[in-house]
Design a binder for this molecule. Structure first.
Ligand SMILES: [Zn+2]
Length: 164
């Protein structure tokens, strides 16, 4: 688990959090535990604000396919080199290529097996996101904190009739 330290832009209080640098989906608003001030997380994305299906997990990962192709080419080169009598290079190509190929196939199958769960988690997160966005107050908070909003959210009537 990666730890990052961030400081509240309002009071300067420093916090450690286990949320790493990787992007994830959820509510991007962070409330400071010390002063109660609100600010945006840089790595949490509100998925319902993204282009439709842009956040949908893909069934096939490009990296897995690349592993299989490169591993396959290395194995093939290993056979060619073996046929030509270059045993040392062949052994390296067999081991490295074989490993890469096997890892690629493993990751490819693993992703297909795990995909229904991935898809379900994404759908749940998207639904939770849509639920949050039904609250005009929540949208106003996002706008006030400077979250990049799609144009359809840029004209939000004031809830209380006053300007912010
Ligand atoms: Zn604070």
């Amino acid at each position: 688990m990666k730890y990052v330290t961030w400081s509240c832009p309002h009071c300067g209080k420093k916090f450690d959090t286990t949320i790493g640098g990787e992007r994830r989906y959820g509510c991007p608003i962070i409330t400071c535990k010390k002063c109660g001030g609100q600010f945006l997380s840089t790595n949490i994305i509100e998925p319902a604000l993204m282009v439709e299906n842009a956040t949908k997990p893909s069934r096939i990962a490009f990296g897995d396919i690349l592993c299989v192709i490169i591993g396959g080419i290395m194995l093939y080169r290993g056979f060619v080199n073996y046929a030509l009598g270059s045993t040392g290079l062949s052994i390296f190509l067999f081991i490295a290529g074989g490993l890469l190929f096997a890892l690629g196939v493993w990751a490819f199958i693993e992703r297909i097996v795990k995909y229904p769960k991935l898809l379900q988690a994404w759908q749940d997160e998207l639904e939770a996101s849509r639920e949050r966005l039904r609250d005009v107050g929540y949208i106003k908070t996002l706008v006030r904190l400077g979250y990049r909003m799609p144009s359809k959210y840029s004209v939000i009537p004031p809830v209380d009739g006053k300007k912010n």
